[in-house]
Design a protein around this ligand. Structure first.
Ligand SMILES: Nc1ncnc2c1ncn2[C@@H]1O[C@H](COP(=O)(O)OP(=O)(O)OP(=O)(O)O)[C@@H](O)[C@H]1O
Ligand SMILES: [Mg+2]
Length: 503
């Protein structure tokens, strides 16, 4: 076999955790190799080791049949290994071209001048059939386009092995198709791709080989054609695939949030959203569908007061909250799971106990002047979240940054739900979460809804949206264009309304 990567007995431990345990994995050259496994299984750790960001405690790595040791990303790049991070590292106010050449360290392509760079990058783009306007500013690109820039950036540095850690988590379905088309083109041109995802359908669509990790160990590597979705799920979590639990009781008549004709414009006169009205009732999950950038994010942010509105009214539990501050809104019973956990929901270099208090400094149980009381309550609360939501961590003193991505997400969801809100705004609540934990969160959302919670659910996962919501409204170009009962809508229908093809 012609191998791009061959690891032998890689192990890596962190305080209290064996993140990788004797991992021996073979990745064939010019193949697409998926790595799957539960949150905290050790997938990202293995990738960081291959990219020279983390040093293994033991074990050997061969790259293209040569023994290799990467002690920095720079060395990994010189060996032909490139990584696209989930959190893009692009400078917004620079052009695509400037971003691609920013920080080039490789002698062979250093200090060449803009014109020459442009020509060389265009060659790379045409070799791999990747298309993007090099003169656009990065801030004007969609998420999928930004990701493409990151990919071109590593290919331009000579990557022959491309590592993508959950690349599809941030993409809408159309963008996923585009990415997969590009990855197949790369494969045809001898690039090897290592790809992490929690979405088994996607894995089965794109991967040649699939490796399953569990609790730091590599359980098995299998050929795509020899494995079914059910078998994969069982290898990963030891049980079968979860589906959203069945909908139960009727919703109540009591309006928890009532939005009346709100409109918002940006400083340059562009409309974020126009004349939007809807309400969410007690014991109801209202789903919001929409391709990113159609105003739904701004609408949701206007409910918690981080986005201004020019006209219209927002009522929460019967009271007009237009003039309330964000803090007042949160304290009066609105919880918020933002789409970006690392930027908006947690402070990464603080421990879990402190992360449970964020935004709640003023509520009774944490307000005490006695630091000890405060800490005791916060420790209790974070222990509670950890156990109810199955967050994998040694203890509450662990820094948020030391949690795996999915476990950070579980912690945020748990914190917001355990706060007893009357309205929960949940934006992509199960993004990056493994299929077992996803069913746990679905169940908790359902339970809370049955107990009276009003939920505003924004999700790019259409099956999740349809499965959980009582009603769905569709956003298109800053307005709500359709309201549907989730009982009689398919993902395809929904996709049609979202892209304006269906009316
Ligand atoms: N910098 C770190 N310090 C301490 N512990 C860490 C660190 N990075 C990872 N860990 C721990 O190592 C284990 C494996 O984490 P890793 O990020 O590799 O999981 P993962 O498979 O990528 O999970 P996810 O699907 O949630 O992203 C976890 O228990 C995590 O808490
Ligand atoms: Mg990870």
């Amino acid at each position: 076999m012609n191998l791009a990567i061959n690891t032998k007995n890689i192990s890596k431990s962190y305080p209290g955790v064996l993140a990788n345990s004797n991992v021996s994995v073979q990745i064939e050259k010019s193949s697409i190799h998926a790595i799957v496994g539960e949150n905290g299984a050790g997938k990202s750790t293995l990738m960081k080791i291959l990219y020279g960001m983390t040093k293994p405690d033991q074990g050997e790595i061969e790259v293209f049949n040569q023994s290799a040791s990467m002690s920095s990303p720079k060395e990994a790049i010189n060996l032909g290994i490139g990584m696209v991070h989930q959190h893009f590292m692009l400078a917004k106010n620079l052009t695509v071209l400037e971003n691609i050449i920013l920080g080039i360290d490789k002698p062979s392509i250093k200090n060449l001048g803009l014109k020459k760079y442009k020509k060389l990058i265009e060659e790379v783009m045409s070799t791999y059939s990747l298309d993007i306007d090099l003169d656009m500013f990065v801030e004007d690109l969609s998420v999928g386009e930004k990701q493409r820039v990151e990919i071109i950036k590593v290919l331009f540095r000579g990557a022959k092995i491309l590592i993508l850690d959950e690349p599809t988590a941030v993409l809408v379905p159309q963008e996923v198709n585009e990415l997969f088309k590009n990855l197949n083109n790369l494969k045809q041109n001898s690039v090897t791709i290592i790809f992490i995802s929690h979405k088994l359908d996607e894995v089965l669509e794109i991967a040649d080989d699939i490796s399953v990790m569990r609790a730091g160990e590599l359980i098995d590597s299998v050929k795509n054609e020899n494995v079914s979705k059910t078998e994969l799920a069982e290898m990963m979590i030891g049980k079968s695939l979860p589906t959203p639990p069945p909908r139960s009781t009727e919703t109540k008549q009591n309006k928890i949030i009532d939005i009346k004709s709100i409109t918002s414009e940006s400083v340059d006169g562009r409309k974020f959203f126009t004349d939007v009205s809807f309400s969410v009732f007690e014991s109801e999950i209202l789903g919001i569908a929409g391709v990113e950038g159609n105003g739904q994010k701004e609408v949701v942010e206007s409910i918690i007061g981080i986005q201004n509105i020019e006209s219209g009214e927002i009522f929460f539990n019967g009271e007009n909250i237009n003039n309330k501050t964000t803090r007042q809104r949160l304290e009066s019973g609105i919880s918020f799971i933002p789409e970006d956990r690392q930027l908006q929901a947690m402070i990464m270099d603080m421990n879990l106990t402190n992360n449970v208090i964020i935004g709640r400094q003023n509520i009774e149980k944490y307000k005490s002047n006695l630091a000890t009381v405060k800490t005791k309550n916060a420790i209790k609360e974070s222990e509670n979240v950890i156990s109810l939501f199955d967050v994998k961590t040694p203890n509450t003193n662990t820094l948020a940054t030391a949690l795996s991505g999915g476990n950070q997400q579980k912690f945020v969801v748990g914190r917001e739900l355990e706060d007893n809100p009357s309205l929960l705004i949940a934006s992509q609540p199960t993004r990056g979460i493994d299929i077992g934990a996803q069913s746990l969160i679905w169940e908790k959302l359902r339970q809370s809804r049955d107990n009276g919670l009003a939920v505003l659910l924004i999700s790019a996962d259409l099956e999740e949206l349809i499965g959980l919501s009582d009603r769905i409204i569709v956003f298109y170009q800053g307005s709500t264009v359709k309201e549907l009962s989730s009982d009689d809508v398919s993902p395809e229908d929904l996709g049609g309304y979202m892209t304006g093809l269906k009316k």
